[in-house]
Write a protein that binds this ligand. Structure first.
Ligand code: FE2
Ligand code: FE2
Length: 258
């Protein structure tokens, strides 16, 4: 089974670049499942909207994961609640809308897609390690193909979670830093791992935002409204190939600069 996962699609440039490049990748790699982290897919780069979600589906994305920007748009609440193809971090406080994982049928098999969020250098959340144990205890043991998007800042926390679920999950990829790491590997017990997939959107901004505004904020520490950057774009993704038992056979990092 081949799963193509696209890192944080950011703003309108990110959406347009997915439309531009995803068809080529689909015809080159023939993925059985295409997942994208959509937490920045609203046109202004903050959260999701009904139209950013529909746009990604039209491009060929089938499942969407989220992160710390989950509630940035008012309309996201209803969208997340209604759509089983959208997964928000599972370790948010109990009772919040939406789902922390979803199960879909792919190539005759069930695949679980799970979203988790980190706690190191990030906002408040419940423990992602205990949350994943809880999900494993709920999942049908017949499900062997398990994909985790761990949305976090710290490489240590991401690596720790990767090793924590090694042999229990098929893939753990990180998102949130918007910068792709070069450490794709298969962990000793068969989990495919990459610390951060990187961002799909404007390449010459700072994490996709106009750099002048970000630099100004570092200098004067005044509140500032970040805007999505213009200019050349990048596409960041990873292709995970899994065997019938759900172990990773390969992890191929994809980075396309415009
Ligand atoms: Fe992001
Ligand atoms: Fe994030």
């Amino acid at each position: 089974m081949k799963i193509l996962f696209i890192g944080d699609v950011t703003g309108k440039p990110g959406l347009l670049f997915v439309k531009d490049r995803l068809p080529q990748l689909i015809s080159e790699f023939h993925p059985d499942l295409v997942i994208a982290n959509a937490e920045n897919s609203a046109v202004n780069g903050r959260g999701i909207t009904a139209s950013s979600v529909e746009y990604l589906y039209d491009c060929g994305v089938e499942i969407l994961t989220l992160g710390n920007h989950v509630w940035d748009q008012r309309e996201a609440l209803g969208v997340i609640q209604a759509d089983e193809r959208i997964v928000r971090p599972a370790n948010l406080p109990p009772g919040v809308p939406g789902r922390g994982y979803t199960v879909c049928r792919v190539a005759g098999r069930s695949v679980a897609i799970i979203s988790l969020i980190g706690r190191t250098f990030m906002g408040l959340a419940d423990c992602p390690f205990r949350a994943i144990d809880q999900i494993f205890s709920q999942l049908d043991p017949a499900i062997k193909h398990i994909f985790i998007d761990f949305h976090g800042e710290a490489t240590s926390e991401k690596l720790a979670l990767g090793f924590y679920v090694d042999g229990r999950a098929s893939v753990v990829v990180g998102t949130h830093t918007h910068v792709q790491t070069a450490d794709e590997r298969i962990l000793p017990k068969g989990t495919g791992y990459l610390t951060d997939v990187g961002m799909t959107g404007p390449r010459d901004g700072i994490l996709g935002m106009k750099r002048e505004v970000v630099i100004r904020r570092f200098l004067d520490q005044m509140p500032a409204r970040f805007e999505v950057a213009d200019g050349p774009r990048q596409f960041s993704a990873v292709l995970a190939v899994l065997d019938d038992q759900g172990s990773a056979r390969s992890m191929e990092r994809i980075y396309i600069a415009e």
